[in-house]
Design a protein around this ligand. Structure first.
Ligand code: ZN
Length: 240
């Protein structure tokens, strides 16, 4: 059994389509999504439609929450806030309701899904280092938990201490717990512009990070044509 675990699609249809093709080529028979289907890029309706039509189990990200509500955007950077306002104008009531109804955490098979952290999923805290990951582990009841939100693919592992780092492919040690960031489909931020997601092969007991080229120019053109902030187009080329 092979799972494809995707996160932070952020309305980037070009990246999402390339990821879906690769998932088919990898023969992954299940897909789950760790939230932030919308926000930043120019195709929120199309990406949402694919998730819904394919019945992909999904949890809520902060952009899903803000784009489906009228909450004030305190603490958002101006480009992100502009994108939230733009996305709110695109989505209809049914699409907003679907996003608003998403849960913060969810189990799939033998693993847990969360957008940010398990200790306080609705506070949208960022896990970049071992200290932040250590706060998550006491709340993790499954051996594996996958998360997104930072758009930076790193894996944390706990036995007696917490370790962490970047990865491409590794075998799961049954005596350890893992908290794994699967990278971002729609807006990578690890200085690598390729879109990313994870294949979890349950039979082989392996985690593999996939990175793929996609049509960045088209995604950028759509951002500019939509009147979204130029910075959101530029950052796709640099992966940050
Ligand atoms: Zn995100």
């Amino acid at each position: 059994m092979k799972y494809a675990i995707i996160a932070d699609i952020h309305a980037n249809l070009e990246a999402f389509q390339v990821v879906l093709e690769d998932i088919r080529a990898q023969k992954a028979n299940h897909i789950v999504c760790l939230g932030d289907v919308v926000g930043y890029n120019a195709n929120p309706k199309e990406c949402l439609q694919i998730i819904r039509e394919m019945n992909i189990p999904c949890i809520k990200g902060n952009h899903d929450e803000y784009c489906s509500s009228n909450d004030h955007l305190d603490g958002f950077n101006p480009a992100a806030a502009d994108a939230v306002h733009w996305t709110r104008d695109q989505l209809d009531a049914d699409e907003k309701q679907w996003l608003a109804d998403l849960k913060y955490t969810r189990m799939a098979d033998n693993f847990t899904m969360v957008h940010a952290t398990l200790d306080a999923p609705q506070r949208w805290q960022y896990v970049f280092d071992k200290l932040a990951a250590a706060a998550n582990f006491p709340y993790q009841t499954t051996q594996l938990c996958f998360f997104g939100h930072t758009h930076v693919p790193v894996a944390f592992m706990r036995d007696t201490v917490v370790r962490g780092g970047t990865y491409s492919k590794f075998k799961i040690d049954p005596s350890k717990k893992y908290f794994i960031n699967v990278g971002a489909v729609g807006q990578p931020r690890d200085n690598n512009p390729k879109c990313g997601y994870v294949i979890y092969d349950m039979t082989a007991g392996t985690i593999e990070l996939r990175r793929l080229d996609y049509d960045i120019e088209t995604a950028q053109r759509k951002i500019r044509e939509a009147g979204l902030p130029e910075r959101l187009a530029e950052r796709l080329a640099y992966g940050r």
